[in-house]
Design a protein around this ligand. Sequence first.
Ligand SMILES: Cc1cc2nc3c(=O)[nH]c(=O)nc-3n(C[C@H](O)[C@H](O)[C@H](O)COP(=O)(O)O)c2cc1C
Length: 172
Amino acid sequence: MTILHIDSSISGEDSVSRRLTRAIVGQLAKGEVVYRDLAAQPLSHLTERGQDPGLLDQFIAADTVVIGAPMYNFSIPTQLKAWLDRLAVAGKSFRYTESGPEGLLGDKRVIVALASGGVYEEGSLFEHQKSYLKAFFNFIGIEPEFVSAFGIGMAPTEALERADAEILALAA
Ligand SMILES: Cc1cc2nc3c(=O)[nH]c(=O)nc-3n(C[C@H](O)[C@H](O)[C@H](O)COP(=O)(O)O)c2cc1C
């Protein structure tokens, strides 16, 4: 089993999402792990010529993808957005049919580790992290799994305990 491990937090060793992805990968890893640190080695903004097909190929080659996704300004880090921009490629990860769009990458496990300072109800005007990531992966045919350290700015111990329990449950 090949795992693609993606981090995007700018907070280095203090990062909550990095702590979570490390725990998830440590728990799941049985084969090769490919690691990409999008904060240490950021991708450029997407341009018409800068599609980097290798990034989509690397995503397709992984059986399981573990993604650290902090909330920055109600959404995800721009570093993570730049990577997602390389995954949505017509004809490879999705296509349009007469009845609408069809995702082409269904056969893959994607686990997203969320972290946020605050707490957001489903449907909140301010929440563009989990809902965006769910929509994005659904569009390319994947139902992502989420673990979440939400409310890290309010009650960090409880947030980490909840997330750790969710990580243990992933293996079940
Ligand atoms: C630049 C920046 C922007 C942030 N914006 C938000 C925000 O809009 N909403 C929120 O709830 N928390 C926000 N936070 C708090 C982070 O989501 C929280 O610290 C979380 O742990 C970040 O994940 P990380 O520790 O892996 O970097 C922000 C933090 C930073 C550094």
